[in-house]
Design a protein around this ligand. Structure first.
Ligand code: UDX
Ligand code: ADP
Length: 479
């Protein structure tokens, strides 16, 4: 008989924990899933009857929430109770890059993981399988195990025992539900076969057996970092080639299509854009860099660090091109920014290229009007660390003649956002930006007005026929 699983707890109700537990709950109706978080607001939002108020936007999530919430999926702040009753505990808390101390700027801050492990050691009963789900540096499972065992000894709770497994998440934001529903693989790393089988059985409810891979714990942790590093490396590679295209009259989209047809290379992750963002890529590569440095592998460290450096350089390069094309100055010029999330179909802005590009333009004195269909004004304020200027009529006059300010526009429907602007800068590939009426927009702008398309989504003929100048990333034939 295998290990019986009736109750599952997930610590952390964020971009990973929320959707993952919702999917599991929908596939395993006989098991109870308790998702807990210290953030009361977040839990309130997960429990909000109005589904548009869920804390994260993810296509397909609302339907699954309707199916499972308060049936076998519960969101709460009662961490103690959820841990006490759990047979399996997923740790899905945030692990941002450390900002100070040893390993600052490279290694992950594990303080939230540590706090979660301590809570588990304090409240768990009997035998518990603890699963690391957050993206973590290699050897974190060992850290969790040490914390659990020392807490157990210190509190003289000899009746409790644990197995720690690594089960990294490969979902991408914006397609999380699809990725969770039909994953390329499920990776389970550990030592105790029975615990690994118990976790594997959960996934077997909907994932074909041959896609469930069992490895040792370190391979599982390293595979997660390496997957993200390889994907990010493709983006830095293609973005570096986009710069060559711009000076040689080649077109990066044609180059991508041509190389992607080579079945050894494949067509995915070859879209050049404003640089990769998101909570994982940079953090995971920096963890790899830190790990390599720690073991004295300096060449390996600098190889991977260059993937991040190209990304930083690329974002700066785009900002500089914008300034250069606008006659070398953007001071007091109104520029319209379309898209702030790090990619389409998510409200997440972590490490978004838009943050860096907007900050560069604000430093140059530009006045920005920012639109994003899912990111709100307060999130942008947090990211830019500058309060917005109140926009009265989406007109330049409302900027009060100050330079280096920004305003938020809720809508682009009536095209007012474009009044008196010098340029439109597309940073996220939201569907609605593909359908803009450039003839109407051009009439509102200050000639010679520019469109900067960093995602290659506009219809070039429509933009040019409207009398606008167009710069497309990686296209040497643009204006
Ligand atoms: C990534 C991994 O894909 C996922 O497996 C892992 O679990 C978490 O990290 P995510 O960060 O959500 O997922 O998004 P992803 O789709 O990988 O995009 C990351 C960044 O790369 C985005 O900024 C995106 O715009 C950019 N990107 C992606 C490109 O610039 N070009 C591409 O061809 C693909
Ligand atoms: P990810 O993208 O990895 O899911 P998020 O930041 O979206 O990261 O979510 C992590 C969640 O974990 C946050 O909602 C945060 O409040 C929660 N969290 C952090 N530490 C703890 C803890 N000790 N106990 C419970 N929840 C925690």
């Amino acid at each position: 008989m295998g290990i019986p699983i009736k109750n599952i707890c997930c610590i952390g109700a964020g971009y990973v924990g929320g959707p993952t537990m919702t999917m599991m709950a929908s596939k395993c109706p006989d098991i109870n899933f308790n998702v807990v978080d210290i953030n009361e607001e977040r839990i309130k939002s997960w429990n909000n009857k109005n589904l548009s108020k869920l804390p994260i936007f993810e296509p397909g999530l609302e339907e699954l929430i309707i199916k499972t919430r308060n049936k076998n999926l519960f969101f709460s702040t009662d961490i103690k109770e959820a841990i006490e009753s759990a047979d399996i505990i997923f740790i899905s808390v945030n692990t941002p890059t450390k900002t100070k101390g040893l390993g600052a700027g490279k290694s992950s801050d594990l303080k939230w993981v540590e706090a979660s492990a301590r809570e588990v050691a304090r409240y768990s009963k009997g035998y518990t399988i603890v699963v690391e789900k957050s993206t973590l540096p290699v050897r974190t499972a060992e850290v969790i195990e040490n914390i659990l065992n020392s807490a157990k000894t210190n509190s003289k709770r000899e009746e409790i025992s644990f197995d720690v497994l690594s089960n990294p998440e490969f979902l991408a934001e914006g397609t999380a539900i699809k990725d969770l529903d039909s994953p390329d693989r499920v990776l389970i790393g550990g030592e105790n076969k029975n615990a690994m089988i118990a976790l594997g059985n959960l996934y077997k409810a909907w994932v074909p057996e041959e896609k469930i891979l069992f490895t040792n714990i370190w391979s599982s942790e390293l595979a997660k970092l390496t997957s993200n590093a390889f994907l990010a490396q493709r983006i830095s590679a293609i973005n570096s080639i986009s710069a060559i295209c711009e000076v040689t009259e080649a077109d990066i989209r044609e180059v991508s299509r041509a190389i992607g047809k080579d079945s050894r290379i494949g067509s995915k992750f070859l879209d050049s854009g404003p640089g990769f963002g998101g909570s994982c890529f940079k953090k995971d590569i920096l963890n790899l860099v830190y790990l390599s440095e720690y073991f004295g592998l300096t060449e390996v460290a600098s190889f991977w660090e260059s993937v991040v450096q190209i990304n930083n350089w690329h974002q700066k390069r785009i900002s500089e091109i914008i300034v250069k094309k606008l006659f070398g100055t953007v001071t007091n010029k109104k520029l319209v920014i379309l898209g702030f999330s790090f990619k389409a179909n998510t409200n997440d802005t972590r490490e978004s290229a838009a943050i860096h590009i907007c900050r560069n333009l604000l430093n140059e004195g530009a006045n920005l009007v920012i639109h994003d269909p899912k990111v709100n004004s307060s999130q942008i304020t947090n990211d830019l660390k500058i309060n917005p200027t109140k926009l009265i009529d989406n007109d330049n006059s409302s900027f009060d003649k100050k330079s280096g300010t920004w305003g938020f526009s809720k809508s682009i429907n009536n095209n007012e956002i474009f009044n008196n602007s010098y340029a439109v800068i597309i940073l996220t590939e939201w569907e609605e930006y593909r359908k803009l009426n450039w003839k109407l927009i051009a009439k509102k702008m200050v000639p010679p007005a520019w469109v900067f398309d960093s995602r290659s989504i506009v219809n070039t003929n429509e933009v040019k026929d409207a009398g606008l100048r167009l710069w497309r990333l990686g296209n040497g034939l643009s204006d």
